[in-house]
Design a protein around this ligand. Structure first.
Ligand code: FEO
Length: 405
């Protein structure tokens, strides 16, 4: 988009799509890009809500879009920083060189991060929950801390007259913005795309902090929210409740039960574990439970993590490797532990050559994840018909448990 998008009188969205093949947070694939959104609120005084990182063409896009509205860089009075992660702030030092008059507005923890990342201590206004800045012309900003969604300094900004909640990462999604940034103007296909990509974004970025997400949703219920304007993804002006409820549901998956589905994550060296995978899946499908299959290391863990987050049941198929777990699955488990993929029903199967060992390490790695296991299935070398039958029955057993939960 070459122009700023008007949300209401005096309030505009400026944004950039990052589609340069980079990874989000240096590790998460974004094949369909991600948007960086920031917002102008113009009263008698003008505030910019959040910035963009010095990432690809984002700063030049923002400067170009500013030219399409009656606001010059030199006329911006405040830059509100809801969150200091560099995807929103790494342009800050250069930006302030072009607009040195701007006063930064953030909370105490935000100010400490601005100093540690950028060495900036001057012209910083430290605010706290409930503090306000009146911009004149009926524009008033109120601030509210929502710590740990997903960094400790995270806060939101609410504009009282319009009812716009500037939520930064919260209620965001992966995915570039195409023809429109508004929920009521995008196609059903694009809605489905953002449904999927908001879950992947949530599981990758926010899931560990789900308890704080629920607290934040409770805190924000005091505001009459008419529009949600996040810093990644679309703007929710027709139905802001949809993205709030979606985030509430995602956060509640932490304690479970999640959706009555099963995610299968598998890896195989020479096909002996893969052959049994098919019998397990047949057993799951015999009970008509949806199953999502992810192979590692072929596919990045980002997708398996999203799928696992919303599934009640997990299956791990992996052989023993050097008396331990197949390393790509060990890596998945490490990520699942970090991201708090808890409270699941779980089955693990896999072959071994000389001796087992994967199961022992699997049990140790998953201790503390509040997983409820059914009996594992291991065999030496090539599986015989009896192993196939047991695999089918284990798949079916797990599916039945999922349905009964
Ligand atoms: Fe979009 Fe946590 O940064």
């Amino acid at each position: 988009m070459k122009k700023a998008v008007k949300i209401t009188d005096g309030i505009y969205r400026l944004g950039a799509n990052i589609k340069n093949g980079d990874l989000f947070e240096g590790m998460w694939p974004i094949p369909d890009g991600v948007s960086l959104n920031c917002y102008i609120v113009k009263g008698a005084k003008t505030a910019l809500i959040d910035l963009v990182g010095d990432w690809a063409q984002a700063p030049s896009d923002i400067k170009k879009q500013l030219e399409s509205i009656p606001v010059k860089l030199s006329e911006i009075d405040y830059l509100v920083l809801n969150h200091i992660e560099p995807d929103h702030t790494s342009w800050l030092e250069d930006f302030l060189k072009e607009a040195p008059q701007i006063e930064l507005v953030t909370n105490k923890k935000g100010a400490a991060l601005v100093e540690s990342f950028y060495g900036i201590t001057e012209n910083v206004r430290v605010i706290d929950t409930g503090d306000t800045i009146s911009l004149g012309d009926n524009k008033e900003l109120i601030f509210h801390n929502i710590p740990n969604v997903h960094w400790p300094e995270t806060m939101i900004t609410f504009e009282k007259e319009s009812g716009i909640l500037f939520s930064c990462d919260a209620f965001g999604s992966y995915g570039s913005i195409k023809d429109s940034v508004f929920d009521d103007e995008i196609s059903e296909k694009d809605h489905n795309f953002f449904d999927v990509e908001s879950l992947r974004y949530y599981a990758n970025i926010v899931s560990s902090f789900s308890k704080f997400v629920l607290k934040a949703i409770e805190k924000l219920s005091i505001y009459d929210i008419k529009v949600i304007a996040p810093s990644h993804g679309i703007i929710w002006r027709e139905n802001p409740g949809e993205i709030i409820e979606r985030y509430r549901k995602f956060a509640q998956y932490l304690e479970g039960p999640a959706e009555p589905e099963i995610t299968v994550i598998w890896g195989s060296m020479y096909g002996n574990t893969e052959k049994i995978l098919h019998s397990v899946i047949k057993g799951i499908r015999s009970e008509s439970v949806p199953v999502h299959v992810h192979r590692v290391p072929d596919e990045d863990v980002s997708w398996a993590l999203a799928s696992a987050w919303k599934s009640r049941g997990l299956v791990f198929g992996m052989p023993t490797y050097e008396y331990k777990m197949f390393p790509p699955i060990a890596s998945v488990l490490n990520m699942f532990n970090l991201k708090h993929v808890y409270n699941k029903k779980v089955f693990r199967f896999g072959s071994f050559g000389w001796s087992g060992g994967a199961q022992k390490e699997f049990d140790a790695a998953t201790e503390g994840m509040k997983w409820d296991f059914i009996d594992p299935l291991e065999w030496k070398g090539k599986a015989d018909e009896d192993i196939h039958e047991q695999a089918f029955e284990r798949g079916r057993q797990l599916a039945l448990m999922i349905k009964e939960q």
